[in-house]
Design a protein around this ligand. Structure first.
Ligand SMILES: Nc1nc2c(ncn2[C@@H]2O[C@H](COP(=O)(O)OP(=O)(O)OP(=O)(O)O)[C@@H](O)[C@H]2O)c(=O)[nH]1
Ligand SMILES: [Mg+2]
Length: 258
């Protein structure tokens, strides 16, 4: 189904970047050639490899390409949050997120927005629904990813099969309703936390099967500590132990470097 005439010009895709020099220009070109005049917002954390300057060049050549520069690496979750605030301020109806490394196929993005335009509040590009696939990942990565999703379903009752996926489309009203500043996770766990809050707020969620292809260019930014943080996120969302959040915030402040 081609719904893009309904949402043309109303969708923004937020692409957080940290050292994605090899991928960014190609990704933006491919995104801009999709149907529906999808705008692109690059959120770059002062990448040492010069990704920010490439983003500026792309934005200078196309008024539908936008850039947010942040002074230092601040985590994937806070990059999404900055992008959502930008998208809301600039009047976009559909706010999407995807990785810069071609793990998420730009050609699938219009399909996510199509589903959102039928009234689904959060659409996830999912590896773990019939028709979804993972290509080129190590057995260990698959195990960790599957495990994180199973635990989220069991502990939190999240119905989404791929709640750690960063390939998403939110309808504007979701991001206007959920208190983004109250989301505690600054890194990858932000995704699980958002999925949980969306479902708890009663928003309609849906999944579109995607093929996830492991990156071929550039390096992964995910660290082992994200696995511990994922466990912590499950426990705190399940039990609502807010004093722990205060302790962790205090600890990070006093031991800086995230
Ligand atoms: N702005 C910003 N972007 C980030 C940060 N950390 C990761 N990213 C971007 O977030 C996206 C996902 O990061 P990846 O390194 O691909 O993580 P991943 O997909 O879990 O790991 P791989 O499968 O190994 O690629 C990429 O576009 C990164 O450039 C950050 O702290 N700030
Ligand atoms: Mg990746």
């Amino acid at each position: 189904m081609d719904n893009s005439s309904i949402w043309s010009g109303e969708a923004l895709v937020i692409v957080p970047t940290y050292n994605e020099r090899e991928n960014l220009a190609n990704l933006v070109r491919t995104l801009r050639s999709q149907r529906g005049d999808i705008h692109v917002l690059v959120v770059d954390d002062n990448s040492p490899d010069g990704t920010g300057a490439i983003a500026d060049t792309l934005a200078a050549a196309d008024t539908a390409v936008h850039v947010l520069h942040r002074a230092e690496k601040q985590g994937l979750g806070t990059a999404y949050r900055a992008g959502f605030n930008y998208g809301l301020t600039h009047g976009f109806q559909y706010l999407c997120t995807m990785d810069a490394d071609f793990s998420h196929d730009p050609a699938s993005l219009p399909l996510l927005i199509d589903m959102a335009s039928t009234g689904v509040d959060l659409v996830v590009g999912s590896r773990y629904v019939p028709g979804g696939k993972v290509v080129g990942s190590t057995p260990m990565r698959r195990f960790v990813s599957r495990g994180a999703n199973t635990l989220a379903r069991v502990f939190l009752g999240v119905s989404i099969h791929d709640c750690t996926a960063g390939f998403r489309c939110y309808r504007r009203r979701v991001l206007e309703t959920i208190d983004l500043d109250a989301i505690f996770s600054s890194g990858y766990s932000f995704l699980t936390e958002m999925a949980y809050y969306c479902q708890r707020a009663g928003f309609r969620v849906g999944e579109v099967p995607i093929t996830f292809t492991n990156r071929t260019q550039g390096a992964s930014k995910i660290s082992k500590s994200e696995i511990y943080k994922a466990f912590y996120t499950l426990i705190r969302l399940r039990t609502g132990v807010l004093p722990w959040d205060r302790f962790v915030t205090w600890y990070h402040r006093n031991n800086s470097a995230s």
